[in-house]
Design a protein around this ligand. Structure first.
Ligand code: GAP
Length: 448
């Protein structure tokens, strides 16, 4: 199932309104995606789960820095010089590739369908590799000149570094402490691929943890464990997650040590988050380029030093895709005539599920709709609910299974007599009767 499940997931994502191709009616824009009604809920839930875990603690503060930053930021951070990928072109079919991904790429020509790009490479069809900077350039103000060039940020991290003093002074935090941020990042990737995995516009959830030099290795281990646990706490299985350390010769220009958390996607293992020991690289560079002191005075030891940084850098959109793949399943569900049928189900953790509950009247008469609508109104003051009165109840269940809705509440004739409703669990498909006034508490109990 694994091989063809990616196709099914992409198709389900469109059919149910999770993800659409950007500017689809114009033929689409490569590497950009739009989040539909269920997708935006899922994305918000992923971000909210991260925000709660990462900032609802005493040692981490939140931030929302602007996407456009002073161009010197990117000189200081090393992005202008180093944020490049090696690009090569096929002289025959003109397809463009990242030289370091040639092994996993297919030839760009229809005439050679199914052929590996490495074969063309071996036949000498490619140009020499040249450096391609991944930052999107634009201009600030009315005049388009070299002096007005600025960049769309390729990572959110630099907004945190340039605000290090502002946050520390305004909150009176002492080391170790962190600053967390969620926001858009942009990279002009040479090749986009695998749905939301490598896109040109995406969202990151990053946290920089400032520590005393010498304590960095301890905190690096701590954050590795915390971050792995976060994915597991939201329903990812241990065997679907892996740590992959970066070898010394592959480290990013800022990193002293780095490890990826990888997820087992249907197309293979892929990074969903990086944990980096960035040493004092960033604060030292910004001190040098801005002329402002970004050091720390330790009142206990009377020492002055530039803090080291442990970074946790997760993709929100790539994470969404991992949670979507993790939730996707196919099994059998009983039908009204005692047989069974194939069902597609998204087994999201209730915290991530876009809709927490669906409410159905069993039939559309005798006042059942009014009761069901009243329950819906009452529930949606606390979470996202869907009211559905169309088609057989079995069909309605199937639709909610595909949306990943963990609970369905049905109002029937017994409700009119004793105030109870059935509540059906998405995963076990078991139903129980509870008082309609207890539904909200029942569901809220599963969300926190
Ligand atoms: N500040 C460090 C940093 O940006 P990174 O490993 O380049 O590190 C961190 O990116 C995370 O951002 C990745 O693990 C991935 O989840 C996400 N990410 C990076 N490039 C992406 C892209 N082109 N499309 C979608 N997500 C991306």
């Amino acid at each position: 199932m694994k091989n063809d499940s990616m196709e099914k997931i992409v198709s389900l994502a469109k059919r149910r309104g999770f993800v659409f191709q950007s500017s689809e009616i114009y033929g689409g824009l490569n590497g950009c995606w739009d989040y539909g009604p269920l997708g935006v809920e899922l994305l918000n839930n992923v971000k909210q789960a991260w925000w709660r875990t990462m900032t609802y603690r005493e040692d981490i503060e939140g931030l929302d820095a602007s996407i456009l930053m002073h161009p010197k930021v990117w000189e200081a951070s090393g992005h202008i010089e180093n944020f490049t990928d090696p690009m090569i072109d096929c002289k025959e079919c003109k397809a463009r590739f990242r030289a370091d991904q040639i092994e996993e790429s297919d030839c760009g020509s229809r005439a050679y369908k199914g052929r590996k790009a490495s074969k063309c490479f071996a036949e000498g069809k490619f140009t020499e590799a040249r450096k391609f900077n991944l930052m999107f350039k634009t201009f600030i103000g009315a005049i388009e000149s070299e002096d007005s060039v600025i960049y769309l940020r390729p990572e959110t991290a630099q907004g945190i570094f340039v605000n290090y003093n502002n946050v520390r002074e305004s909150t009176r935090q002492k080391l170790p402490f962190g600053i967390a941020q969620i926001g858009k990042a942009f990279r002009n990737e040479i090749n986009t691929k695998n749905f939301l995995f490598r896109t040109r516009e995406f969202e990151q959830m990053e946290m920089q943890y400032f520590v005393k030099p010498g304590d960095d290795e301890k905190w690096y281990e701590y954050w590795k464990e915390q971050r792995l646990n976060w994915y597991q706490s939201l329903g990812m299985k241990k065997e679907s997650l892996n740590f992959v350390p970066h070898p010394a010769d592959k480290l990013a220009h800022y990193a002293k040590a780095a490890v990826d958390i990888e997820f087992d996607f249907p197309f293979g293992w892929g990074e969903i988050e990086g944990i980096h020991n960035r040493s004092d690289f960033d604060l030292s560079q910004h001190t040098k380029f801005s002329g402002k002191k970004l050091d720390y005075f330790d009142e206990q030891t009377k020492e002055r030093f530039i803090p080291f940084v442990i970074e946790t850098s997760a993709g929100a959109s790539r994470g969404l895709m991992a949670f979507l793949c993790n939730a996707f399943d196919e099994d059998e569900a009983p039908t009204a005539d005692g047989k069974s049928e194939k069902r597609t189900v998204l087994r999201f953790h209730p915290k991530l599920a876009p809709l927490k509950c669906a409410v159905f009247p069993l039939v559309n008469k005798d006042g059942l709709q009014d009761v069901a609508k009243k329950i819906t109104d009452d529930l949606q003051s606390s979470f996202k609910v869907f009211y559905d009165e169309s088609g057989a109840v079995g069909r309605r269940y199937r639709r909610q299974d595909e949306c990943g809705t963990p609970y369905c509440v049905t109002v029937d004739y017994d409700t009119l007599k004793d105030n109870t409703v059935t509540i059906r669990d998405r995963d076990s498909m078991k139903q129980e009767r509870i008082n309609k006034d207890n539904v909200k508490q029942y569901i809220l109990g599963k969300l926190f």
